[in-house]
Design a protein around this ligand. Structure first.
Ligand SMILES: [Zn+2]
Length: 544
């Protein structure tokens, strides 16, 4: 995602209290939350293969109307299918092979009763017709929906954003992260004179009497919340980037009057591509191209059409999240949201409770961008600086099966956890190969935190079980108590989960030394009493 507005004294939890918003405080869950967040039997039996979302957008009335053709493969016998579409949007009709089907509505979940025999192994499709006035974004992108704005010239400037809330806020779909559609067509009809930019490549443009239809094609698996429409008085420029997998089309869609500013600011896009291909491997969607698309809100990781609203300036809306100055060396939205192409769009969480896989790695990617262009010291200073945004209010991992993410600490506590892991590995090339390996071995997949944790344990050769339990499932930051007496240092862990025993680097006389603290006191020999605990480890050193 999208990042939450931060200042030196605000933390990621400031948005608590926004209804339906991401990172909202919520501990009581309803039947509707369960329908939304669980792989229900009415979802489990079919595997999504293709969508054709075909809609017309009416800016005057702030309404949309259209169909979604849903193709699926039958995995098990069942005759009832769950489709999600949130109120006040309305499903008007569902058909299969031209036959109208009965639909039982349960709030935002709709159970379609199929008439045809659903033979295991076959591929079938249904067409969902729908219409309505979709929820208007209260504060996009955190509390999303449709943003119906105007540009400086008074032209409609419209965009969707729906992470957390769900794509079903504006189109009917299987709205659960675990099952990504394999490919998708998106057709959007808009009043003449306006342009729609969606995901993937523009296949065709059809002129109708008073409207224009833009047909976009996505050839790769895509998560629901990544699908978007962006409508405005756009102008376009492009370049071809010579990447790890060959030539990559990079396209930029901006408001006509921002063209000059965009041509300057978006020079960071190929730099981003260079740094992230180095660290994470090839951009995961060459077939669909890469795009930056200007929108009337801050930005979002919409797959292959990353949206941008950072006003053509460096930093996060002009400010440095880390307080070190390094955050002003890059445009936060270009770097962060594009980082999600690897972590969120390529490797996607199966359940939003594991959203740290998206945000922890992507917040971490910010310092890797700095590392690539400004060196390791700059990168360390930045990521350490972002610790001020950590609130340790609740665990990073959220609640499963109810569509509820964990603490906003998934960003910078997540980033600092990964930075700590890099220290433990003590081999930057190995660490880079692990990051690239994640993107290769989980290519275009949805995964659980367990899969990622096990992968990192296996590839690093350390049992990281307690390490992840500490940082992902507990709110405490490990305290390293130590005492120096002559040529001896005494140390132990406190404020930690059972069996936490992470080693740490200390320095004295410019020399590095590993120590191996446990939860009882241990000692080590040191040649000097002028000891520093390596600040790259996300722990609290406490000299006693
Ligand atoms: Zn993000």
């Amino acid at each position: 995602m999208k990042h939450l507005l931060l200042t030196t004294f605000m933390t990621l939890s400031v948005l608590s209290g926004y209804s339906q918003g991401l990172l909202e405080k919520k501990e009581n869950f309803t039947h509707q939350d369960t329908l939304r967040g669980t792989i229900t039997p009415e979802r489990a039996w079919w595997d999504l293969t293709y969508y054709h979302l075909d809609i017309e957008v009416f800016p005057e009335t702030k309404t949309i109307k259209g169909t979604n053709t849903i193709r699926y493969k039958i995995l098990e016998r069942n005759g009832v299918m769950q489709i999600d579409l949130q109120e006040p949007m309305q499903i008007t009709k569902v058909t299969q092979n031209g036959q109208r089907l009965y639909v039982k509505h349960d709030g935002n979940a709709h159970f379609v009763y199929l008439k045809r025999y659903q033979k295991v192994g076959n591929t079938e499709e249904i067409v969902v017709h729908y219409t309505g006035k979709p929820r208007e974004a209260v504060r996009a992108p955190w509390d999303g929906g449709f943003s119906w704005k105007k540009d400086q010239n008074g032209n409609p400037f419209i965009a969707t954003s729906c992470q957390g809330l769900g794509a079903s806020v504006w189109w009917p779909c299987k709205d659960h992260m675990y099952d990504e559609v394999d490919s998708m067509d998106i057709s959007v009809t808009v009043p003449k004179g306006l342009i729609d930019v969606s995901n993937g490549r523009l296949k065709s443009k059809v002129e109708n009497p008073t409207t224009t239809t833009f047909n976009w094609e996505v050839k790769n698996p895509i998560n629901n919340y990544g699908v978007n429409v962006n409508i405005g008085d756009y102008t376009h420029f492009s370049e071809v980037y010579q990447g790890e997998k060959g030539p990559l089309d990079m396209d930029y869609w901006v408001l006509s009057y921002n063209l000059d500013k965009a041509k300057e600011q978006f020079k960071q896009a190929p730099q981003m591509m260079e740094a992230f291909e180095h660290w994470f491997g090839p951009y995961p969607f060459y077939e669909d191209s890469f795009k930056l698309v200007e929108v009337p809100y801050l930005g979002m990781e919409h797959q292959s059409s990353v949206t941008y609203g950072n006003h053509y300036q460096n930093g996060y809306l002009g400010s440095d999240l880390s307080g070190t100055g390094w955050g002003l060396k890059f445009d936060f939205i270009i770097i962060h949201e594009s980082g999600h192409e690897w972590f969120a769009n390529n490797i996607t969480n199966k359940d939003i409770a594991d959203m740290w896989i998206h945000e922890g790695f992507t917040a971490y990617s910010e310092n890797l961008f700095l590392d690539y262009f400004y060196g390791k010291k700059a990168a360390s200073e930045y990521v350490i600086g972002t610790r001020r945004a950590v609130s340790n209010d609740k665990p990073i991992i959220g609640f499963y099966d109810v569509n509820k993410e964990g603490s906003g600490d998934m960003y910078y506590k997540g980033a600092n956890m990964l930075h700590t892991l890099r220290q433990l590995i003590e081999d930057d090339e190995k660490w880079r190969q692990i990051l690239r390996g994640l993107n290769k071995d989980f290519y275009h997949q949805t995964v659980t935190t367990k899969q990622v944790e096990d992968y990192l344990s296996e590839k690093t050769g350390y049992d990281l079980t307690e390490f992840f339990n500490q940082y992902l499932r507990d709110t405490r930051i490990p305290v390293l108590e130590y005492e120096v007496e002559g040529q001896q240092i005494k140390f132990r862990w406190t404020n930690v989960v059972e069996n936490f025993d992470m080693p740490v680097i200390i320095t004295y006389d410019g020399k590095k030394q590993w120590i191996y603290p446990k939860q009882d006191w241990r000692t080590a020999f040191i040649a000097s009493d002028d000891v520093t605990i390596d600040p790259n480890f996300y722990i609290i050193p406490k000299k006693i």
